[in-house]
Design a protein around this ligand. Sequence first.
Ligand SMILES: Nc1ncnc2[nH]cnc12
Ligand SMILES: [Zn+2]
Length: 357
Amino acid sequence: MCKSQFHEFLAALPKCEHHLHIEGTFEPELLFELAAKNNITLPADKDAAFASIEALKARYLTFANLDDFLGYYYIAMSALIDAADFEALAYAYFSKAASQNVRHAEVFFDAQVHTERGVAFETVVTGLKAAQRRAEKDFGITTELIMCLVKHLPLPDAMKTFAHARDGGFFADGTLLAVGMDSSEAPFPPKMWTELYDAAKAAGIKRTIHAGEEGPADYVVQALDLLDAQRIDHGLRSFEDDALIKRLVEQKTLLTTCPLSNLKLQCIKSISEFPLRKLLDSGVRFSINSDDPAYFGGYILENYCVLQDTFGLTVKEWESIVTGAVLGSWCSEERKKQLLAEIDGVISTWSAKLGGQ
Ligand SMILES: Nc1ncnc2[nH]cnc12
Ligand SMILES: [Zn+2]
């Protein structure tokens, strides 16, 4: 069976995306457009990569590590000013995701980074919500927002943003689904954030955190032990610790993995180093995601395809991956049932076409 036919099957599979930074979908074309509209000068005097769309895209091919990438990611955000900018950004992602059969997406946004530069929390959320409503109407995709706090700023700053969202009723009214943490990892272990996660837990708010991307397996252990995190974003390095894997399996903790991101940020040297076989064989619940697709050369489907080309999975294995992604989602039981039924339909159509692959 030809590679492209299997890719067609992967495209048809109903998908859930759980690890996607909306600011990481900021394509250079839209970045330059919004920077011009908002009179934001990108720092081409300090870094020639900002001289043109082409130069920036070329620079995105050479990230040395997570922090190298984050420098560009945070500068680009400075071009997002009003609610319409956030709406345009998010709607572009939802359209692209829907075209790849993402049926449910739980999306991060970096609230604190925007408020810190003077953009009101309400502006960000208003724009994102408008895009969510339009996307559900236009494509039938269900979406949720996860507010990420950033590890490179002090705990009191994170607490202030968290309290603003909690006390403003943004979690209680369903505008926000959960709280997470992202940004630079190694210098900022999970144990630094217990106060934030205790407060989220006390308020009945779901909790996730980036851990085990560049940091060691022990950071994942800390996230479980000290933060009571219910989901782990990346968790790539969890396989350094057998007891941790056993625990993740028993607790059915979802790892939201991101293969192309890991490759582009030099966490792995080649896709063959991505622990896909271990994830499947151990029974850890995981999903495959795009993280920051505008920066890493691929949206969710490209992540699925590169894994297929490298590991040659069967239809059954893909069925178990997309089913696990549904089960690990934070959507209603009713929505899960719909998504599982959609998967059943696509699998029966394609099993016949692909004949026992
Ligand atoms: N891959 C990643 N790791 C940590 N923080 C991030 N923010 C956006 N992408 C990220
Ligand atoms: Zn991420």
